[in-house]
Design a protein around this ligand. Structure first.
Ligand SMILES: [Mn+2]
Length: 393
């Protein structure tokens, strides 16, 4: 049996604007999730705050706004990095500092910093992150506090807004929330390379503060249809696309937050009986058209249905509220957190708040008017939502 968990989960309906306002004045009535106790703690302010850490460059006294010369100097440092290999199994201090400045520049100086993303540095980050991903389990344990984000799909400005709101993970292992991304970093949007490389670099720098799950788009065959293959071929090379997919095949498919929240990109699977089955999925994994891993990446909840039904996607299944309730009980979890479906308000509840869908690409593909959302789970597992209104570029 699994250990009795010491934490319970509570959800708050809350939202904030893309301005610097906090939650004050919003609906801060706490709502219980499942059988857990409703807390009466005041809502934490999760409005747009300052970054929890300054970029490394700023900490060292250099100006925050990098000049063209600064960017060129950083590019030279990146180009000079020794390729990962037998002589550099893990990143040394100088390399970590260069990677930190690289990711800080991408997040704070975009789009000027886009030129830093050369084939050489992309390959470097991909070779570095793969062993980090493989060193952690396929069902990766995550501690609260944590910010949980859904689909990004190459929309780098949404990713930048997320980190502005939640802070860039600090170098220290103790302060600030971790991040968990639920997959679908690439395809559709223009900047899949930037989005994935930013997250992969943060994974290399903060392996226990940054978690990236696999989405159904982190797959060779899907990328060839929905844009990422063309993006990488046009901007870099077909060879580099293979390096990307070698990393995709090592991404974990599920996370478990504080033993109470099971997280994946798509949803549940009729084959899932015990969490151990997820841990046992071998890597590198080429996702098949059916089976447990396929369902975790592809399935959807469906209102007004019961049981498992064939999905209109042509892959995997939909599941009703009865399935969520039964599987929460069977697996010993309070809630399922997933992404995979565009939602007007960025998030939505299902099955009496036993399942939450989180979608983080606002104004998705320029075709939807949806907001993006990030779930903010504090150290007591109290949850609220940060909403990102579309910016209509
Ligand atoms: Mn998806």
């Amino acid at each position: 049996m699994r250990e009795k968990r010491s934490r319970s989960l509570s959800l708050e309906k809350a939202s904030s604007r893309s301005s610097s306002s906090s939650l004050a004045g919003e609906d801060d009535e706490p709502h219980a999730v499942g059988s857990s106790t409703t807390t009466t703690h005041p809502s934490p302010a999760v409005g747009r705050k300052q970054l929890k850490t300054e970029p490394a460059a700023a900490a060292k006294g250099t100006p925050r706004a990098l000049t063209a010369a600064d960017l060129t100097a950083l590019q030279h440092r990146l180009e000079a990095l020794e390729p990962p290999g037998a002589h550099s199994a893990t990143a040394g201090d100088a390399e970590r500092e260069a990677l930190h400045d690289f990711v800080s520049a991408l997040l704070t100086q975009w789009p000027r910093s886009g030129a830093l993303l050369t084939e050489r540095i992309v390959k470097h980050v991909l070779l570095r992150v793969r062993p980090v991903l493989l060193s952690q389990p396929m069902l990766v344990p995550v501690a609260a506090p944590v910010n949980v984000c859904g689909d990004i799909h190459g929309q780098i400005t949404d990713l930048i807004e997320i980190f502005k709101a939640g802070g860039i993970p600090p170098l220290t292992a103790t302060a600030g929330a971790s991040y968990l991304f639920l997959g679908d970093y690439v395809d559709r949007g223009k900047y899949g390379s930037e989005v994935f490389i930013i997250l992969a670099t943060l994974k290399v720098l903060f392996p226990t503060r940054m978690y990236i799950l696999r989405g159904n788009h982190e797959t060779d065959t899907i990328c060839r249809v929905y844009g990422f293959f063309d993006e990488v071929k046009r901007r870099f090379s077909v060879k580099l696309f293979k390096t990307f997919t070698d990393v995709f095949n090592t991404l974990p498919v599920c996370a478990l937050i504080e033993d109470i929240a099971l997280c994946m990109h798509g949803g549940l699977s009729p084959e899932l009986r015990q969490l151990r089955q997820i841990e046992a999925i071998p890597r590198p994994l080429v996702v098949q058209d059916t089976g447990l891993a396929c369902d975790l990446l592809w399935s959807d909840p469906e209102e007004h249905t019961r049981g498992w039904q064939p999905s209109e996607r042509g892959v995997s299944f939909t599941f009703g509220e009865d399935i969520v309730e039964r599987m929460c009980q069977q697996l010993g979890i309070d809630i399922v957190l997933r992404a995979h479906q565009v939602i007007d308000n960025g998030y939505s509840f299902f099955a009496k708040r036993k399942l939450v869908t989180i979608f983080s690409a606002s104004n998705y593909c320029g075709e939807f008017t949806n907001s993006g959302a990030m779930m903010v789970m504090d150290e007591r597992c109290k949850c609220s939502f940060q909403i990102f209104k579309p910016q209509y570029e």
